[in-house]
Design a protein around this ligand. Structure first.
Ligand SMILES: NC(=O)c1ccc[n+]([C@@H]2O[C@H](COP(=O)([O-])OP(=O)(O)OC[C@H]3O[C@@H](n4cnc5c(N)ncnc54)[C@H](OP(=O)(O)O)[C@@H]3O)[C@@H](O)[C@H]2O)c1
Length: 326
């Protein structure tokens, strides 16, 4: 059936300015690392994405290697764009990245200009798009001059194949240099995409202050630690969950007794706040004005609907914050 979006969608979401740029992002964005590859049910993925758009989520995040197999998430999204969302391209922020192993040989990985620009062309081809909104260097490359990697991002923007440049997984010192190079090239960095959750707080040491000072936005990935911060693993490993799937990036052995102990204690705080653990984990990230958007994954419409409620409960008492500081 042809898709007609909910006309009230923009009243359902909070939009936050991304650093000191002109771009606003939804406080909750949807990533398609999992759940939209060829191994997944396309009809279900379509429902999740359209539900997200109907709920005011305008930002959908990809990388060249999302699937599995690699590239299939972008290809499937291309089909969805053609069949359902073609009239709404100007209402969407679509991002992709290059930086991890994508094709054989020396030009299919890391941060060379050769790899980044070829990969962007391939991503555009798979999605059937003339440009993406944000193109990221997916990770720093220790062996390629930062000037070359940032030069490739700047070229992508100047050539019109990307509207903005971003970096992901860069530690603070490299990020600082990257911002300076991009600024000199006339294509300032829009956004940094680090892993950030109750369980993974490395960004708090230095990076968040740097982003604020530099006027760069922050989109936090894996806010639910791939599902560990949802309470679903408190009673074992449920069928269909990421830790149970052979193609999932979460291994059962990652869910250690120490993590289970923390999850149990955080779950008590969430219950007292009248939230689920998943909602509280997202709200906790959004309490910080330096965080522009929280980049969730959702396998089902029900998960998405539960998570969306987090956007409106972002204040925490000092006592709650203390209890969450484990
Ligand atoms: N830049 C990078 O290097 C990088 C790396 C990783 C991710 N990312 C980006 O961040 C996005 C999100 O990452 P992520 O998928 O790890 O995020 P996440 O939100 O931490 O985990 C998503 C998973 O948690 C489970 N889940 C979500 N909501 C739930 C709920 N309400 N109740 C129970 N389970 C729930 C689902 O797993 P089940 O299948 O178990 O139900 C879902 O697939 C990715 O799609 C990608 O765009 C970027």
């Amino acid at each position: 059936m042809s898709y007609i979006p909910n006309e009230n969608r923009y009243g359902k979401m909070i939009y936050l300015r991304c650093g000191r740029s002109g771009l606003q992002l939804p406080s909750i964005s949807l990533g398609l690392w999992h759940n939209f590859g060829d191994v997944d049910d396309y009809a279900n993925g379509r429902k999740v994405i359209l539900k997200a758009f109907d709920s005011g989520i305008t930002h959908f995040d990809f990388a060249n290697n999302y699937g599995p197999p690699y590239g299939s998430a972008e290809r499937n999204f291309g089909k969805l764009l053609r069949e359902d969302l073609s009239a709404y391209r100007d209402q969407l922020i679509i991002s992709t990245k290059a930086g991890y192993d994508m094709w054989p040989g020396p030009y299919g990985n890391w941060g060379s200009r050769k790899y980044l620009l070829a990969s962007l062309d391939q991503s555009l081809h798979r999605m059937g798009l003339p440009y993406v909104d944000i193109f990221y260097s997916h990770r720093p490359d220790p062996d390629t001059p930062l000037e070359e990697t940032m030069g490739a991002l700047a070229h992508a923007v100047r050539s019109g194949k990307a509207l903005y440049a971003g970096i992901s997984n860069y530690p603070a010192d490299k990020a600082r240099r990257a911002f300076s190079i991009l600024r000199e090239l006339g294509t300032p960095c829009l956004i940094h995409q680090p892993k950030y959750s109750l369980l993974e707080r490395w960004v708090e040491a230095e990076l968040l202050d740097l982003l604020e000072k530099e006027g760069v936005g922050c989109i936090a990935f894996s806010p639910l630690a791939q599902g560990m911060l949802t309470g679903k693993y408190l009673k074992g490993i449920p069928v269909g969950s990421r830790a149970q799937r052979a193609d999932g990036a979460l291994q059962a052995e990652n869910i250690t007794p120490e993590i289970l102990d923390k999850i149990n204690r955080w779950n008590v705080v969430a219950q007292k706040r009248g939230q689920t653990l998943a909602q509280m984990a997202i709200s906790w990230l959004l309490k910080d004005p330096r965080v522009t958007s929280v980049l969730i994954g959702a396998r089902t419409v029900e998960q998405l609907e539960e998570n969306l409620k987090a956007a409106y409960s972002t204040s925490f008492t000092q006592e709650e914050l203390k209890d969450l500081n484990l």
